[in-house]
Design a protein around this ligand. Structure first.
Ligand SMILES: Cc1ncc(COP(=O)(O)O)c(C=O)c1O
Length: 400
């Protein structure tokens, strides 16, 4: 097939949910991808923050092949035990924030959040869930209901009842919103899809204290921030907050579909057989790949590199704010989750298109922004090259 044929077939046979970038990616290696016509692009999207250790990493290829040759399907939903799953659980137990001792696997981030919200209701006997404005928690009907962005919610009304919203980063809004009907508060440690919003220090820890005092469970959605995206293995670890649920997906298995939610013993004791499940949940193939990816993150000390690269990159982004006034309106970031806000959606689209022309693949986020969230294994040279091109494109758009 040619690029034109691939695009024609996808456009003819898929529903129109996304405005796709008109390239057809045929293979990838590290932070590079190639389209069907053999053109190479530097991928600063990492398959939407997923390919944490790069495309086609040998560690992933080996784990996939070895586990596929043994057994693929044997879920944690009620059948038998699995050594692949057990190894992953053991590894996660040493990495999750303290107190999060019980883990169940899912197939996506939305599913993990959905389950956490559902189980929080069961565990507390309460019905209400508080989420933040600007949040994104997934695309199931309950997670659309928990997502604080009108463009993801309004067209699907009526939504699930019981979800309320407060401004993100404001602990006093949580104080006002908590009452004896609130089962859970769900928050991202850094909002990703909402435009990489970094809350004030101690926000999550304060909310955790408030929740505890109110008998409310705190769910931290680490689907985007987990597995070293912002530096530490989990952003929550750095906040020192005692949380009740932590949800994961994206980077957990470097691109193989997998999600998970962790909870405390205290929550688990309030749950019982039949409360949750899923046909593919915790299948040994996904678990083996996740184990390999997470071991690589730990062994190669990816957290330290992300910290160092992220600090350098953010400093560079900050200089753009002064250099392109009226064009770059804000920059934000944590680790390798970076965001450049432009003055309009049109400017953001023009910058993304210009980058693509120059062989750098970025996408618009939250309308006016460009998010940079490459594989965490990106080298200093590769990241610099990407940022040089991004700046050139911003300069071009600024020049009209
Ligand atoms: C913070 C957060 N939560 C949940 C999700 C949904 O995850 P998934 O697409 O795997 O369902 C996303 C996806 O972007 C996310 O960023």
């Amino acid at each position: 097939m040619s690029t034109a044929e691939t695009i024609a077939v996808e456009d003819a046979h898929m529903p129109p949910f996304f405005a796709k970038t008109p390239i057809s990616i045929e293979r990838g290696e590290g932070v590079w991808v190639w389209d069907e016509d053999g053109r190479r692009y530097l991928d600063l999207t990492a398959g939407w923050g997923v390919t944490s250790i790069g495309h086609a990493h040998p560690v992933i290829v080996r784990a996939l092949a070895e586990q596929a040759a043994r057994i693929i399907q044997n879920p944690d939903a009620g059948l038998t035990y699995s050594p692949a799953r057990s190894r992953l659980l053991d590894l996660l137990a040493g990495l999750l924030p303290p107190g999060l001792t019980r883990v169940f696997f899912t197939n996506s981030g939305a599913e993990a959040n959905d389950a956490a919200a559902k189980l929080a209701r069961k565990a507390t006997g309460r019905t209400e869930v508080i989420a933040a404005e600007g949040s994104f928690h997934g695309r199931t009907i309950s997670m659309v209901s928990a997502t604080g962005q009108a463009r993801h919610r309004d067209r699907f009304r009526p939504l699930m009842p019981g979800y309320r919203f407060v401004p993100y980063g404001d602990e006093y809004a949580i104080v006002d919103a908590l009452d004896d009907q609130v089962a859970a508060v769900i928050l991202e440690p850094v909002q990703g899809e909402g435009g990489v919003n970094v809350p004030p220090p101690f926000y999550i820890a304060r909310v955790a204290e408030l929740c505890r005092a109110n008998g409310t469970l705190l769910i931290v959605d680490e689907v985007q921030t987990g597995f070293c995206r912002t530096g530490p293995m989990f952003a929550t670890r750095g906040t020192r907050a005692n949380v009740d649920f932590l949800t994961m997906a994206k980077g957990i298995a470097g691109g193989f579909p997998l999600g998970a939610f962790a909870m405390t013993d205290d929550v688990a004791e309030r749950l019982e057989a039949g409360d949750h499940g899923g046909t593919y949940c915790g299948n040994p193939l996904a678990c083996a790949v996740a184990e390999a990816v997470i071991r690589y993150l730990v062994d190669e000390d990816i957290a330290t590199r992300v910290d160092a690269l992220g600090t350098l990159a953010l400093a560079r982004l900050i200089s753009w704010r002064d250099r392109y006034p009226g064009v770059v309106t804000a920059v934000r970031g944590a680790g390798l989750l970076l965001f450049v806000e432009l003055a309009s959606e049109e400017m953001a689209a023009a910058v993304a298109a210009e980058c693509l022309d120059r062989g750098v693949f970025v996408r618009q986020t939250a309308g006016t922004g460009i998010r940079v969230f490459p594989a965490l294994t990106i080298t200093h040279e590769e990241l610099s090259m990407g940022l040089v091109v991004l700046e050139e494109c911003i300069a071009e758009v600024a020049a009209g």
